[in-house]
Design a protein. Structure first.
Lengths: 143, 173, 112
């Protein structure tokens, strides 16, 4: 039976210390090159959520909540949704799809799409982590 | 040939997921079905979808196991069990029979029609500058679908926060 | 043609689970199986034999790609399916807290 107050065993904790940062960096990489290679905002956002979920499963709820607050995550997902809305209705104002066209496979070569990807990944990442936190807090109060 | 094998593996794992007596076994068989689906997406030349399906399925399995790990499973057979099973099996057989008539109207496997997609593929590089055509369709040609999806995700977040609220438990009698 | 039929058989396995099981978690498992089958059917319908993945590469000029429109639709559908499943699981956990069981034949009172 898992003891949720102190997390998992020592082997899991040691490996989690090594791999949490790597998973976060991999998620950011998938988001930033989503317009050149397979990837995109949704997959990268879910990978960022998975790194926080691993932190919480291995070390217990209290240690993970010290790093990321629940109120901060809700605020972050709301701000990201608002930014994505503003970017998406830019076409109403200017009449065409605005943005940079600088080179062939660089970050600024595709207009507003990479910035939409970043906003979507922050929305998906922090939103799904808030859902996971709410479920864990609910099932822990039933014991 | 490989697609037939992967589909048979998925059907076998899903039958196991449906009929398992233990909740943990059926959730793990469900993750085997998801892994088979990710392999099928790779064989059908859709790398974007394979990445998304793999990570989404990992998160779904973590949520299912984490939220239901301590509960038990009641399994009784009473009432009109025989009649229910026979009528469900009859419905499934009728559905498959009519579906096999409808499947003859689809174009052959391996020859899609691609009337609209031809335009998207031909104009993607000059109009949008994106090399990933799936991202170009989802975030540039059809960007309001992505807006609708962000709205659905936001509504799901608010729904879960409202369901698991503390103030709803004050009125218990 | 037989691939489409196997995909529909997978759909029917999930449908049988939703119709016949008494445990809420089993019903959610059936719902997820139905969603997997529908996504697979979309991608099977858009496959071109001998095609390439829909990514423009630098030195490949041949443009016979698989259908990218169905792939972008399924990309949206996968994430929406996950959102629906998470809401259903949170409802199930709340029902367990109020009634003490997952059995759907014992949850009859629709009052608040």
């Amino acid at each position: 039976m898992k003891n949720n107050q102190t997390g998992m065993t020592l082997i899991v904790k040691t490996i989690t210390r090594l791999t949490v940062g790597l998973i976060l960096v991999y998620g950011i990489y998938i988001v930033l090159q989503g317009h050149i290679s397979p990837g995109g905002g949704f997959a990268g956002g879910v990978i960022i959520t998975l790194s926080f979920v691993q932190l919480m499963l291995a070390f217990g709820k209290d240690t993970a909540l010290k790093k990321v607050n629940q109120a901060k995550c809700i605020f972050l997902s709301g701000v990201a949704a608002f930014i994505f809305l503003i970017l998406a209705v830019c076409g109403f104002v200017t009449g065409h799809s605005p943005g940079f066209r600088d080179g062939h496979s660089t970050f600024f070569s595709a207009g507003l799409v990479p910035f939409c990807d970043i906003a979507i990944s922050v929305l998906v990442g922090s939103g799904l982590f808030v859902i996971f936190l709410a479920l864990v807090l609910l099932t822990q109060e039933q014991e | 040939m490989e697609l037939h094998l992967i589909l048979l593996f998925m059907i076998l794992a899903s039958v196991l997921a449906v009929e398992a007596r233990d909740l943990i076994s059926s959730v793990i068989s469900l993750s085997a079905v998801g892994l088979g689906l990710c392999l099928a997406f790779l064989i059908l030349k859709a790398p974007n979808l394979a990445i998304t399906q793999l990570v989404v399925e990992i998160l779904c399995v973590v949520v299912l196991i984490r939220a239901t790990i301590k509960k038990d499973l009641p399994l009784v057979r009473d009432g009109r069990w025989f009649f229910n099973t026979i009528s469900t099996a009859l419905f499934v057989v009728c559905f498959l029979a009519f579906a096999s008539f409808a499947l003859k109207e689809l174009p052959n496997f391996g020859e899609p029609v691609m009337r609209v997609s031809g335009e998207y593929i031909a104009n993607s590089l000059e109009k949008t500058g994106l090399k990933n055509i799936v991202t170009a369709i989802a975030l540039n040609f059809r960007s309001y679908d992505a807006l609708g999806e962000a709205a659905i995700l936001f509504a799901a977040i608010i729904a879960v926060l409202a369901i698991t609220r503390k103030t709803g438990r004050i009125n218990e009698k | 043609m037989s691939l489409y039929f196997l995909c529909l058989v997978l759909f029917c396995v999930g449908l049988y689970c939703v119709l016949r099981k008494r445990n809420i978690i089993k019903i959610i498992v059936g719902l997820v199986i139905i969603e997997y089958a529908v996504n697979l059917f979309f991608i099977l319908a858009g496959y071109r034999a001998g095609g390439r993945a829909p990514i423009l590469a630098k030195d490949q000029e041949v443009l016979n790609m698989v259908d990218p429109l169905s792939q972008s639709v399924v990309l949206t559908t996968i994430v929406i399916g996950m959102a629906v499943m998470v809401v259903a699981v949170s409802l199930a956990v709340r029902i367990y807290e109020k009634y003490g069981t997952f059995d759907i034949t014992k949850i009859r009172r629709l009052r608040g």
